[in-house]
Design a protein around this ligand. Structure first.
Ligand code: AMP
Length: 176
């Protein structure tokens, strides 16, 4: 079986989580399969290895999993973006609207050097609001968003539309 088919088979749909009407794409079964984790990482590494990327930015919390593996394999820094109040050093913040209310994401102010080319990674692209907030933080620090990398794209939510102002390189291993 090829990697994408194996990946698809390991994504578990959990209905009505975290609230009624949402089908949550649970990636934890992937993490139990170390061979599959290696294959997924290899696919992403092959995509970016010749692109002169300076850092991988991972979005809390599931973006840390393959984001860190990708950075490790590319021998480049991994930079976490977290929800407000979690990062210990000086940060810059960006708030964005959710369906109900708003959320704030943070990055350490010294995490990205001006002119760095970065890839933003998360497990899943839905409406694009979270990745958009991450891109704004990267831009504020003087980084260039060279691409977005997701395991999963819920295409019916049109997240790519929100992100295309940064780059046309918006990749997902699997789309629904
Ligand atoms: P959005 O900002 O709407 O693109 O939402 C993306 C963020 O929310 C990512 O960090 C995802 O991990 C999470 N997320 C949104 N919808 C789902 C879903 N159906 N299953 C799993 N995670 C989701």
């Amino acid at each position: 079986m090829d990697t994408i088919k194996k990946l698809s088979a390991k994504i578990r749909d959990v209905k009505d989580f975290p609230k009624p009407g949402i089908v949550f794409k649970d990636i934890t079964p992937i993490l139990s399969d170390s061979e599959l984790c290696k294959e997924i990482t290899r696919l992403m590494v092959d995509r970016y290895k010749s692109q002169n990327i300076d850092a991988i930015v991972g979005i809390e919390s599931r973006g840390f999993l393959f984001g860190m593996l990708l950075a490790y394999e590319l021998n480049i820094p991994f930079v976490p973006i977290r929800k407000a109040g979690k990062l210990p050093f000086r940060t810059i913040k960006h708030s964005y609207d959710l369906e109900y209310g708003s959320a704030t994401m943070e990055i350490h102010e010294d995490a990205i050097e001006k002119g760095w080319n970065v890839i933003i990674h998360d497990d899943l692209l839905a409406t694009g609001g979270t990745a958009d907030a991450a891109a704004q933080l990267v831009n504020t620090l003087g980084g260039n968003v060279k691409g977005f990398s997701f395991l999963i794209d819920l295409t019916f939510l049109n997240g790519k539309e929100m992100l295309k102002k940064y780059t046309s390189h918006i990749e997902a291993l699997i789309s629904y």
